[in-house]
Design a protein around this ligand. Structure first.
Ligand code: URP
Ligand code: ZN
Ligand code: ZN
Length: 485
């Protein structure tokens, strides 16, 4: 009887700290040995010439999220999203359970658990608060955090989702009291509205005018504001989708003051620009997402911020809407004003290959930095380490076998998602994952999903050190607990 159910033999393992040749032994879905010349397993995978990298952890994914009130729908289910994520080397996602105004968060979380049961890959949830009433903050949130939902998400823009600064402060205080991380969509709502109204009045309604409605200052101001709120209440936060230089500067300023402020960016902010929204016909609609795509100098600033650790996480912000059909980006016609185009793009499958190709292959980041940004850091920031995000004895056997020299032209059909398009159609990348395993079981192999629906498990997240408050306030008073410090 072998010690191992599976041995991954002869590959080059990449972690956030080292790159080395070794075999991996797996038993019961867990890595139980890493070493040279491990004894034979019950089954074996030949990984010679391949990189064996930790399964990606994508901590910002809108999967099968209901969209009340309009004709457009999220293009993925947990089945297609899991296949797509694994096709691109990702093995764990954090999605969103969203409270609707007037509704219960507990019910929203329970409903999302039902949807996610069919997931192919492992998952966890952030909880979106759209109406942080006292009953929700005092009763529902603490109970949900205790049951493993250890992050909250708030929007400071978007009608129907946004909350006020006063409400955001209550959410931050609640997170501090109960040990949760708050993730923030930071854009200045009224400033966007002012721009939108002026653009509509001037007849400037094309997809590219989406970017005109939210110049960088809209995001930079709000990132500054949320960092100030986090500082005043001594609460760790993660700023979502930092899109360019000015927001990264605000994050760095906060970090230099010692704050626990983490930031993510996404591939779309590293390779797309505002010009993409100006593609012929209505094609620009495929590039309407928020914050808007920026410029080449912003790309350079974000790579620099990643290299220096200011940005520590690259997520997809996967938020797919089909292009065609009555529920798609074109639901309101091919000449619809930008205000009617649903925001968001599909990005689960392309997140890691684009970062690998543009980052590692082009020499902008090391392989270790790639692993840190796509797997190890997100797992640590969101309380899933060491179970997820690394190749280490005792961790779940989540990894992908990468062919680091394979040249791939991205086409929609290889991404396995439910969307009818990818904004990266025709883009050439070098490096692609050829097989992806979740807890020792192949999920995607040779570009095809090979696991049954329901293989994915919910990953509950308990209390963890990283998000403990610092115990430092700007003044002599702790306003969360109402005591002098
Ligand atoms: O445009 C985007 N990013 N849509 C998804 C929702 C969000 O803002 O994260
Ligand atoms: Zn957002
Ligand atoms: Zn998002």
């Amino acid at each position: 009887m072998s010690d191992f159910d599976l041995v991954i033999r002869g590959g080059t393992i990449g972690t956030a700290s080292a790159v080395f040749d070794a075999d991996i032994g797996i038993k019961g879905g867990v890595i139980t040995a890493i070493g040279k010349a491990l004894p034979a397993g019950q089954s074996e995978v030949d990984a010679k010439g391949k990189l064996v990298l930790p399964g990606g952890v994508d901590t910002h994914t809108h999967i099968e999220e209901p969209r009340g009130g309009g004709p457009t729908v999220n293009a993925d289910t947990f089945v297609t999203a899991g296949a797509s994520a694994a096709a691109g080397g990702t093995t764990t996602v954090i999605g969103f359970a969203r409270q609707e105004r007037g509704g219960s968060l507990t019910e929203a979380v329970a409903e999302h658990h039902e949807r996610a049961k069919k997931s192919l890959i492992d998952y966890s949830f952030h909880m979106i608060l759209t109406e942080p009433r006292l009953d929700i903050l005092q009763q529902e949130v603490p109970a949900l955090i205790a049951s493993g939902h250890r992050s909250l998400k708030i929007f400071l823009t978007y009608e129907g989702a946004r909350i006020s600064d006063a409400e955001a402060l209550q959410v931050l205080a609640t997170a501090r009291r109960h040990g949760a991380l708050v993730c923030i969509h930071a854009e200045h709502h009224d400033l966007i509205d002012f721009h939108k109204n002026a653009l509509l009045a001037a007849g400037l309604t094309l997809p590219k005018h989406h970017a005109w409605s939210k110049p960088m200052v809209v995001e930079r101001e709000c990132v500054h504001r949320v960092c100030a709120m986090a500082e005043a209440l001594d609460v760790p936060i993660q700023v979502f989708h930092v899109s360019g230089a000015e927001s990264a500067e605000e994050v760095e300023r906060a970090q230099k003051r010692g704050l626990k402020v983490w930031a993510e960016t996404c591939p779309q902010y590293l390779v797309l620009t505002t010009e993409d929204m100006d593609r012929p016909g209505f094609e620009g609609a495929k590039y309407v997402f928020s914050p808007a795509a920026r410029s080449a100098p912003d790309h350079a600033a974000l790579w620099d911020a990643m290299r220096r650790g200011v940005i520590s996480n690259v997520s997809s912000d996967h938020a797919p809407t089909r292009y065609a059909g009555p529920d798609g980006k074109t639901a309101f016609g091919l000449d619809a004003p930008f205000t009617k185009i649903p925001n968001g793009l599909p990005g689960l499958a392309t997140r890691m290959p684009i970062l690998f190709s543009e980052g590692v292959v082009k020499g902008r980041i090391s392989l270790q930095q790639f692993v840190a940004l796509t797997a190890t850091n997100p797992a640590e920031i969101f309380g899933m380490a060491p179970r997820k995000g690394s190749i280490v004895v005792g961790a779940d056997a989540d990894f992908a076998l990468w062919n680091p020299t394979r040249r791939v032209t991205i086409t929609n059909d290889i991404l396995l998602h439910g969307s009818d398009h990818t904004p990266y159609e025709g883009m050439k990348v070098t490096g692609w994952p050829e097989a992806t395993f979740v807890r020792g079981v192949p999920v995607v192999q040779g570009g095809k999903a090979v696991v049954a629906a329901g293989h994915g498990q919910f990953i509950p997240r308990g209390a963890y050190e990283m998000i403990k408050p610092r115990g430092v306030f700007p003044g002599p008073f702790n306003p969360v607990d109402g005591v002098a410090v």
